[in-house]
Design a protein around this ligand. Structure first.
Ligand SMILES: Cc1cc2nc3c(=O)[nH]c(=O)nc-3n(C[C@H](O)[C@H](O)[C@H](O)COP(=O)(O)OP(=O)(O)OC[C@H]3O[C@@H](n4cnc5c(N)ncnc54)[C@H](O)[C@@H]3O)c2cc1C
Length: 303
């Protein structure tokens, strides 16, 4: 099929991809913060080939593609999100083979952590309590106390912007604090291999306990999307937000948690725009007070 500028991609999507696409899908229900408008097209592919097809069409026709994992670290605008929002939630196959796990992007991260523990496999305890999908965890190198998911990967399969498939072997990528060297908003993380080590159940429990304790002091009851900002080198974003007077700050239904200033909560009826505005307000207040410009950890999509 020949596409190009002027292609009616909306008609193409409706006729050729109806089996994996829905139109005008509300995103709020899919996000931990419960905010966001409607996706013009919402795709839930269940195979690598289907992901490749959407990317190929996207690059030929030039429509935007937004990737959604578990929705625990993103905020979508409340306006209509044009193009295709591609969810990984139907790509959740996992295969445990001794110390090696092969899992698709949509596999649940809490499931990986608990299943590894059940199998007396060590290596992923640091991700205890991190919600969302494996693909989302890799994209942002999710972790705690200096540890990150990228460090335990053996191999990653991605779908590139042009719809081709690429394999990344250990040594071809690296992770640093909340970032992964191959992350790109135009690259879909499709499958990961993780290598664990066998351990005693006591060792796994002991290690898990360390990371459980690190979670004390985070807001538990209210809807949030984890830390709003990354910690600047040698400091904590929460501390800077706190001394800048951000706790309790509100825009519409979005409020800076008074339990931990680096968490924004949806106190009810918040919009994506409320969250985005509150983030800017906090960044501004911290900059004025401390001279530090905080960098987002939460990803804003479709704005
Ligand atoms: C209560 C709570 C506690 C949290 N604690 C932590 C913590 O301790 N440490 C930590 O690091 N994070 C934490 N988070 C944040 C969040 O859970 C993690 O960042 C998580 O790994 C995001 O995964 P997700 O599937 O929800 O990604 P999403 O929120 O859906 O997406 C996040 C980003 O990754 C991209 N993405 C998602 N899937 C893919 C894919 N398959 N391919 C390419 N790109 C993709 C999205 O486009 C977006 O840019 C917390 C969140 C909450 C709500």
């Amino acid at each position: 099929m020949l596409f190009g500028v002027g292609i009616n991609w909306r008609e193409e999507l409706k006729s050729g991809y109806a089996h994996i696409l829905k139109e005008n899908v509300g995103l709020a229900a899919l996000l931990a913060l419960g905010v966001g408008g409607e996706a013009e097209f919402f795709a839930e592919p269940s195979s690598l080939d289907e992901v490749c097809e959407i990317f190929r069409l996207g690059i030929d026709a030039g429509f935007p593609i937004y990737i959604l994992g578990g929705g625990t670290n993103v905020v979508f605008s409340d306006r209509k999100v044009e193009g295709v929002t591609l969810s990984a939630r139907r790509l959740f196959r996992v295969c445990w083979d001794g110390e090696l796990l092969t899992a698709e992007a949509g596999a649940s991260m809490p499931m990986v952590v608990s299943e590894a523990a059940k199998r007396c496999l060590t290596g992923v305890e640091f991700a205890y309590g991190i919600p969302g999908s494996l693909g989302g965890a890799v994209a942002g190198n999710a972790g705690a106390l200096g540890r990150g998911v990228v460090d335990i990967l053996e191999e990653v399969t991605t779908v590139e912007r042009d719809g081709s498939v690429r394999k990344w072997r250990k040594g071809e990528f690296s992770g640093s604090y909340r970032s992964c060297s191959f992350f790109s908003p135009y690259r879909f993380i499709a499958e990961c291999k993780i290598k664990f080590q066998s351990a005693s159940i006591e060792d796994v429990k002991r290690e898990t306990e360390v990371f459980k304790k690190a979670r004390v002091g985070q807001p538990k009851k209210d809807r949030n999307a984890g830390c709003t900002f990354k910690n600047p080198v040698g400091d904590s974003a929460g501390r800077l937000l706190d001394i800048s007077g951000c706790k309790g700050l509100r825009v519409g239904g979005a409020v800076v948690s008074d339990v931990h200033a680096n968490f924004i909560i949806n106190s009810g009826g918040a919009s994506g725009e409320d969250i985005a505005e509150l983030i800017e307000l906090c960044r501004d207040m911290v900059f004025k007070k401390t001279g530090v410009c905080l960098e987002n950890e939460i990803k804003l999509l479709g704005f």
